[in-house]
Design a binder for this molecule. Structure first.
Ligand code: CMC
Length: 434
């Protein structure tokens, strides 16, 4: 990595200059290290939403938004989606390389060994109302995990960090399924560790103790794909939240709970749920123009959910993969979601021809299709974002692990441009008039 080039920024008012090193990574735009600006010129920089600011070095995921490219540890998402599986992708994201045979056996075994959730944690669920949103339960329960693992909470010890990572990845499906069972009043299922990660999750979701359950292999593969595609996405809002929380030395369960809370918003992980609401509201392809007109109306806050992305300005490569999987799944399962998918395809066609969407490079994103897949699999709407959290958990932990050994890491502390009242003196209530 070359760090020799310098960009000189001169303040025409004071005549002072700051020499800012230009940092070059493996791929992507070079980055100006702006720390000298504050030191030499006395200014902070202003960048709401951090849209043009790099906050860390990272070797995990690379996105080229113009080309529509996504790499995990250098491997194109298309190859991983076609040839790998979710747990192998987890290993890759966490440790940097694909596992050899022995590493795979050990990792797979340790994930399986940690799938059970402490019974005390399960009793928490009884405190939630029957109709509590599963994301609300998930935030609380994941945060509470730290209260059970005092043996491994010293974030300075690599073995502790690794054990927490394994525990989180192994337990998230069990917790997610428990939240669902709570909401429908069925008894919780225990994990069956002879099953694969996805099969195990499906059985904990859909099996009942009274009957045998055999997961459908088509459903397993579709869910596996969905998990792989959502596993990491570099410095998005929830990942940045995890890093910010972790920068204070908070334990990883607290950090991941913070990430889950951020993911919940409709502009982030809540979008797949919002897409289904949108498609249902459209109801018939004939109504699409009305919705497109609303999306284009500046005076209407309405947006076409599942369209647009902060980074992808060409197409979202995950959307291409999942779109095809949607076709395959609906055909194989003979699901009754064909009309909804039909509306989705027509909406996509019309929006992609519309000048407003073309000009702003608003393409369907991964969540435009992932909601349809999850619905076809029988996953209830309020569990969609929970599945996103389950998939993204590994990305959050990989980024947290990376941050914990980053020598540049400091507690996150953005600056601000203060626009409030100028300094003034306190006036007692009695002297303030009516
Ligand atoms: N429908 C209609 N107009 C849109 C949309 C949309 N979905 N998205 C952006 N625009 C318009 C926006 O009004 C603005 O227009 P103008 O320049 O005339 O003011 C322009 O496009 C740029 O939008 P922006 O809000 O500045 O873009 P952003 O990068 O800040 O926001 C986004 C990205 C994903 C939050 C936004 O596109 C959006 O709200 N999309 C719908 C929600 C969604 O699908 N979110 C899932 C994202 S992918 C999964 C994930 O990473 O979590």
């Amino acid at each position: 990595m070359s760090e020799k080039r310098v960009v000189t920024i001169t303040d025409p008012i004071s005549g002072k200059s700051a020499d800012c090193p230009l940092l070059e990574g493996t791929h992507g735009r070079p980055v100006i290290d702006i720390r000298q600006i504050a030191r030499e010129l006395g200014y902070f920089t202003h960048d709401p939403g951090y849209a043009t600011t790099s906050a860390c070095r990272s070797a995990i995921t690379y996105i080229d938004g113009e080309k529509g490219e996504l790499l995990y540890r250098g491997y194109p998402i298309e190859q991983l989606a076609e040839r790998s599986n979710y747990l192998e992708v987890c290993y890759l994201l966490l440790y940097g390389d694909l596992p050899d045979h022995a590493q795979w056996e050990e990792f797979n075994a340790s994930i399986r060994r940690h799938t059970m959730v402490h019974e005390g944690i399960r009793r928490f669920l009884f405190g939630y109302r029957y109709d509590a949103h599963p994301m609300g339960m998930l935030v609380g329960i994941v945060g509470a995990l730290s209260t059970y693992y005092h043996d491994s909470l010293d974030v300075r010890i690599p073995e502790h960090r690794n054990l927490s990572a394994i525990r989180l990845i192994a337990k998230l499906p069990s917790i997610a399924a428990d939240c669902y069972k709570h909401s429908i009043g069925q008894p919780y299922m225990y994990p069956i560790n002879s099953l694969g990660y996805v099969e195990n999750f499906l059985q904990m979701m859909f099996a009942v103790r009274a009957e045998p359950y055999v997961p459908n292999p088509v459903a397993v593969r579709a869910l596996e794909l969905m998990l792989i595609l959502h596993a990491d996405h570099e410095q998005n809002a929830s990942t940045s939240t995890v890093r910010l929380a972790g920068s204070s030395g908070a334990n990883p369960f607290a950090c991941i709970a913070a990430g889950i809370a951020t993911l919940w918003g409709p502009a982030h992980g809540g979008a797949n749920e919002a897409v289904i609401h949108l498609l249902e509201a459209i109801g018939d392809p004939a109504n699409i123009p009305k919705f497109i007109a609303r999306a284009k109306d500046r005076n209407d806050p309405f947006r076409l959910m599942g369209f647009g992305h902060r980074v992808y300005k060409n197409f979202d490569p995950r959307a291409t993969l999942i779109r095809q999987a949607c076709h395959d799944l609906l055909r194989d399962l003979d699901a009754d979601d064909q009309p909804l998918f039909g509306i989705a395809l027509e909406l996509e066609r019309i929006a992609l021809e519309d000048e407003y969407f073309v000009e702003r490079k608003l393409y369907p994103n991964v969540d435009f299709y992932s909601g349809i897949i999850l619905r076809a699999l029988g996953i209830p709407l309020n569990m969609f974002t929970v599945l996103f959290a389950m998939a993204r958990c590994v990305g959050w932990i990989a980024q947290w692990l990376e941050m914990m050994v980053d020598e540049e890491q400091r507690i996150g502390r953005p600056q601000q441009l203060y626009t409030g009242a100028p300094r003034r003196d306190y006036c007692p209530l009695a002297e303030r008039g009516a």
